[in-house]
Every structure is written in structure tokens, then in C-alpha cells.
Write a protein that binds this ligand. Structure first.
Ligand SMILES: Nc1ncnc2c1ncn2[C@@H]1O[C@H](COP(=O)(O)OP(=O)(O)OP(=O)(O)O)[C@@H](O)[C@H]1O
Length: 454
């Protein structure tokens, strides 16, 4: 078991920081009646929202039913649980069942606003306590905000992260220097889960952790995209930039959006224009990568974007805050979804040589069913990017991972084909009529991506 799970707080008093949020939750629970509004715990990932909800349930002797709010299957389940009265509910003798609904801010990304509506209806009729969890309070549907009580969770201070890490070290019999703990706490950027994971990566199987171990330990994904943006604007060397880019787990198109989103840090107008120029060219290559499914191009796209923008920035650094990408920021989530859907329909209709309206009306639903069954296959065949794949998937966190896996596979196939052709050349020298290597070639053909759907 990883340490973040092993050391998940079991009681409210074990929750680090966020004392007023924890108090608010406890008071709400003590005074709970079926008329009480559900709580919405909101704040960035890894700071204890889910843990606090469970700890509260534990302290109150409530049973927990955790459901994913954006899952269509959730509605009938909650209806069943929420509609029943407490006395008939529990087999374990617990007084109540608390329904914990994760990803409550992700609801209206689903087709219509029906998801949010359904939850609002359930809330109105519920005879059981409900806790919603969200990363982004502003992403919560209006109608949900109206019937709930917000509880804000804040990022943790490095100085409150350190004692928790120390506890874990002693639990694991790990000797860990203060300097190393401070380094982890600082790097985690307020995210306890990231801190615990960093400690785990540096300390698992060791008896001692020093600062050097942390430098080589795997870093949290969320912190490395920030490192990449900072490195670009600091004008680090080409080699250093490429090295950071390999560590970042995000795909180049995501990195591109992050860098574009921070071009306001350019020292003047001319350098900003040059920055945009580098990004535009890199964007063309990213597009080509997806169209051709030729992932080697990613490297060129990455190099063009990082080195081009770093050159334009001239090492002036970041003045102020690194901000998340804005490309879609001004567009509401539903408009953005529509734009992505329209683009995808255009692309697929062109490929199938049928009118867009026919594709949208008759084929989009069957395609959705196919993609849901085997997303990786259709990423290859329909050449979907992460945004497009997201249109089809319930699990919004899966798309980037699937795209990365497909890319990795294609890269491996390419390498194999390269090796095979090298082998062929050397064999040719020895034997003028060598046998083919059909396996590697077949795989590289597949990597080149021919749709069998149309
Ligand atoms: N405030 C905290 N006190 C103690 N441990 C914490 C705290 N926050 C996070 N952790 C550690 O990080 C892990 C993940 O935390 P948790 O799932 O509660 O975060 P979250 O805020 O709900 O994040 P997400 O939105 O990603 O679900 C926990 O298992 C625990 O080990």
C-alpha cells in the first residue's frame, strides 16, 4: 500500500490544517437534520477533502457511500439511498449513511445539465446527509450552489506538512533529515498527497532519506509542468529544457497551452510576438503528430516550442504568478465542448466522405459506443487527441493517460521497425537476399494509423 493511503487520517483530529473547515463540518454533522443543506468541500487536490469526509463519518459513526457524481449510474443509486429514512437503512448499526459525491464540479460537462438537475432533486428529497466534493467551486452548476453550503479547503503550509512527514518517517522506521523534509514540503506546493508521495518515492526500501534522494525521486506531475514553464522563461539551456520536458508527464499539446498561457511574462511586445511565432509552428507539428500518428514529431514540436520561446524570453524569468492555460478560459465549459465536438465531426465526416449532419445524426452515437469499449484502438484509428477522446469517456482523467500509452506503443513500434530495417541492412551486406521482418513492419504500419472504421 502506498503511504498516502496507509496514512490517510482516520479521525477529524488527524487532519492537518484547515481547522475552520473541519470545525464547520463537525458542527454541521452534530446539528444535522433532513432539512440541513448538503456540504460542498472544495479546494485543490491532495489537501484532505476526501479524507475529512471519511474522518467525519467515522467520528459520527455514519456509514459511507461514495459515488462519482459524474457517473450516469450514480443517480438511481443515490435515489435509493437518499430516499430511505435512517432507521431502515443500516445493517451495521450505524446511525446514518452519508453519501459522498466526488467530482461534483464535473457534472455539467456531461451532455446536458441533467446530471446537476438530478442531484438537486435528490438533495431536495434526501433523508440522509450528503457531502459533495469539488476542485473548482466556480465549476459547480448554479443550481447546485443554491442548495448547498460551501466549505473551503486551503492549500497547506509547508510548516504544517513537515510534522506529518516526520510522523510517517517514524511509522516506517525511516531516518529523515530536517533539511530533506523541508525540501519535500516546499516542493509539494501545499499539496499533502504530493508531499507524502514524494517521501514514498524517495524512502521506500531505504533506511534513510537525504536531500539528494529527493532530487532523484520522481516528482509530482502537478509541480513539473510549473517547472517546465519556469525553465523556459528563465532561458535554461536547450539541453536542460529538453530534459525537464521528458520529466513532465503532460503531452506536448498540454505543455504548449501552458506556455502560451504565460506569454504575458515576456519582457516586451517584440519578444511576445516571437514567442507566439514559435508556439504557432510547434502547434502545426502537434497537429501533424495526431493526424499522422507519428509520435517522433512530438520531439520536434517540443523542441521548437521550448527553445523558440526560451530564446524569445531572453532569460527574463517569470514576474508574478505562473497561470494555468487560458486558451479555453474565456469560453464556458459547454461552449468549449461544443467547439471540440464540431471540430471532431468535421474531421470524421471528411474522412468518411459523408455530410457532417449525417455523421452527427446517425453515426456519432454508435461511434461513442465503440470508442467507450476500446478507447486506445480508436485513438489510433480515428486519430483522436485528448480533448476529443474526452468527449467519449466518462472518466475525465483517463484520456491523457490513454493518449500517452498509445504514443508510447507507437514509439516502441517505430523503434522496432527502425531496428529491423538496420538489421536488414547489415544482413543485406552479409546475405544479399535476407528474410523480411513482417512483424515489426506490420506494427509500424499500424502506428501509421489507417482507420478501419470507414
Ligand atoms: N490535511 C491532510 N492531513 C493529513 N493527510 C492529508 C491531508 N490532505 C491530504 N492528506 C494525505 O493525502 C492523501 C489524499 O488526500 P485526500 O484524498 O483527502 O485529498 P483530496 O483533497 O480529497 O484530493 P482529491 O481532490 O484529489 O480527491 C490522504 O490519503 C492523506 O495521506
Amino acid at each position: 500500500m502506498d503511504w498516502a493511503e496507509k496514512y490517510r487520517p482516520r479521525h477529524l483530529q488527524d487532519i492537518v490544517g484547515n481547522t475552520s473547515a473541519v470545525r464547520q463540518m463537525y458542527e454541521w454533522a452534530k446539528a444535522w437534520t433532513p432539512q440541513s443543506k448538503p456540504l460542498v468541500l472544495y479546494g485543490r487536490p491532495g489537501i484532505g477533502k476526501t479524507s475529512s469526509a471519511y474522518a467525519l463519518a467515522n467520528d459520527m459513526n455514519w456509514e459511507v457511500v461514495e459515488l462519482n457524481a459524474s457517473d450516469q449510474r450514480t443517480k438511481p443509486i443515490i435515489e435509493k439511498i437518499a430516499g430511505s429514512s435512517s432507521t431502515t437503512m443500516s445493517l451495521t448499526g450505524a446511525e446514518r449513511k452519508v453519501i459522498i459525491l466526488d467530482e461534483a464540479d464535473n457534472l455539467h460537462a456531461h451532455a446536458d445539465r441533467g446530471g446537476a438537475r438530478a442531484i438537486v432533486d435528490i438533495i431536495a428529497r434526501s433523508r440522509q446527509p450528503i457531502i459533495l466534493i469539488a476542485n473548482d467551486y466556480y465549476g459547480l452548476a448554479k443550481e447546485l450552489k443554491a442548495v448547498t453550503e460551501p466549505v473551503q479547503f486551503r492549500s497547506l503550509q509547508a510548516r504544517s506538512i513537515v510534522p506529518r512527514l516526520r510522523q510517517i518517517c517514524s511509522g516506517e522506521g525511516l531516518s529523515c533529515g530536517e533539511e530533506a523534509l523541508a525540501e519535500i514540503a516546499g516542493r509539494a506546493g501545499g499539496d499533502m498527497r504530493a508531499a507524502v508521495n514524494m517521501l514514498f518515492a524517495a524512502g521506500i526500501g531505504q533506511s534513510e532519506v537525504s536531500v539528494a534522494d529527493i532530487h532523484t525521486a520522481q516528482k509530482d506531475e502537478r509541480s513539473t509542468i510549473f517547472d517546465l514553464v519556469a525553465a523556459v522563461f528563465k532561458g535554461r539551456s536547450d539541453e536542460a529544457l529538453m530534459k525537464v520536458s521528458y520529466e513532465v508527464e503532460d503531452t506536448p499539446d498540454a505543455a504548449l497551452q501552458w506556455i502560451e498561457g504565460n506569454l504575458q511574462h515576456m519582457p516586451d511586445f517584440a519578444s511576445r510576438a516571437r514567442g507566439y511565432d514559435a508556439i504557432a509552428r510547434a502547434d502545426e507539428y502537434v497537429g501533424l503528430t495526431y493526424r499522422r500518428q507519428y509520435y517522433t514529431l512530438w520531439r520536434y514540436a517540443t523542441a521548437m516550442m521550448l527553445i523558440g520561446v526560451a530564446d524569445a524570453a531572453g532569460g527574463h524569468g517569470i514576474h508574478g504568478k505562473i497561470s494555468p492555460p487560458e486558451r479555453w478560459g474565456k469560453m464556458s465549459r459547454s461552449r468549449r465542448q461544443k467547439a471540440i465536438r464540431a471540430g471532431l465531426i468535421r474531421k470524421l465526416a471528411a474522412e468518411a466522405h459523408i455530410p457532417e449532419s449525417t455523421l452527427a445524426d446517425e453515426f456519432f452515437t454508435p461511434i461513442t459506443l465503440l470508442v467507450e469499449q476500446d478507447p486506445a484502438r480508436y485513438v489510433r484509428e480515428l486519430q483522436l487527441d485528448a480533448d476529443e477522446l474526452n468527449l467519449f469517456l466518462q472518466d475525465k482523467t483517463a484520456a491523457a493517460r490513454i493518449i500517452r500509452e498509445v504514443a508510447k506503443e507507437a514509439k516502441a513500434a517505430e523503434k522496432e521497425a527502425e531496428k529491423a530495417s538496420k538489421r536488414k541492412k547489415t544482413e543485406k551486406k552479409a546475405d544479399p537476399d535476407p528474410p523480411e521482418n513482417p512483424d515489426a513492419e506490420k506494427r509500424s504500419e499500424r502506428a501509421a494509423g489507417q482507420s478501419t472504421l470507414f
